[in-house]
Design a protein around this ligand. Structure first.
Ligand code: PAF
Length: 291
């Protein structure tokens, strides 16, 4: 098992990528905030399989956390993460200090307007501005051919895809499926905050999504009724639903008057101070036009 090179400076990343490119390598980037789990491993393995030089970034990005969020206590098990990167064949890890990414006097931010304010954006103002800004910076530093993200953060994926298109960034965004525990709970670095009792209730997110999917499969096309089914199921768990939505999977806008095309079923639930999200995309077959 080869150890990845660990780089803390932007110039060192540029040099490593330049040398890889001189060897003819296709370069990939897997942006992470560390605390790596099997969900991240699936991204790293996809990058390993599909490209020649894999860069993983590990950076708990301060600009995507609100003032009362978990920035300080977010887990930072760097040595364990480096072992995981080695096991998954990562070539280089970029683990900068906050001052490297945001030096004194930093003033430039990226906003993907409208998309950034919906769903999670409504209860986490500024979150997607921070995500878009750091991801654009990472794209600029690494200049990857391909970047890998998890479908678990569906809105993040929409925001990054939109930014990539709008700013003509020469990077292919690959989205990998959600990895789940046996009981359906989507893997997340924040699952470790749950008490044993909260952990028992947490699979309700996936159960609610499945129930709503079944409803759609049985022919329900009324968005309000599907949303109510999600809310009712979440309410049964005692978690506080932040939102439960059935929206257009690309624009994240409500679908009116009927569900159609690709429907994103998305939920966010608070268990105490821990906020979990999950989603599934349901393809709704085209309806025959009335004669
Ligand atoms: O999904 C994450 O872990 C983060 O939002 C990302 C994309 C690494 C940006 O900080």
């Amino acid at each position: 098992m080869t150890q990845p090179i660990v780089l803390k400076e932007i110039e060192a990343v540029r040099q490593a990528v330049k040398q890889a490119r001189q060897r003819g390598a296709r370069v990939s980037l897997v942006p992470t905030m560390g605390a790596l789990h099997a969900g991240h491993a699936s991204l790293l393995r996809a990058a390993r399989a599909e490209t020649d030089f894999v860069v993983a970034s590990i950076f708990v990005n301060p600009t995507q956390f609100g003032p009362n969020e978990d920035f300080e206590r977010y887990p930072r098990p760097l040595q364990k993460d480096l072992q995981a990167c080695a096991a998954d064949g990562v070539d280089a890890v970029f683990a900068p200090e906050p001052a490297t990414m945001y030096p004194e006097g930093f003033r430039t931010f990226v906003e993907v307007t409208e998309l950034q304010d919906l769903l999670c954006g409504a209860s986490r103002p500024g979150h997607f501005r921070g995500v878009a800004t750091v991801v654009l910076k990472l794209f600029q530093i690494v200049q990857p051919d391909v970047a890998y993200f998890g479908q678990k953060d569906a809105q993040q994926v929409c925001v990054i895809q939109k930014m990539t298109r709008d700013l003509d960034l020469p990077v292919a965004v690959r989205v990998c499926p959600i990895i789940r525990e046996a009981d359906g709970l989507a893997l997340s670095s924040r699952n470790q905050y749950l008490t044993p009792e909260q952990r028992q209730r947490a699979p309700v997110l996936y159960q609610a999504l499945q129930q709503a999917r079944e409803l759609i499969d049985r022919g329900e096309r009324n968005p309000a009724l599907v949303q109510k089914a999600l809310e009712d199921c979440l309410a049964s768990s005692g978690g506080m639903a932040d939102y439960a939505a059935a929206v257009d999977a690309e624009t994240l806008r409500p679908l009116q008057p009927r569900l159609r095309r690709n429907v994103l079923l998305a939920v966010a639930v608070r268990f105490g101070a821990t906020r979990l999200i999950d989603n599934i995309v349901v393809r709704v077959p085209a309806e025959k036009a009335p004669r």
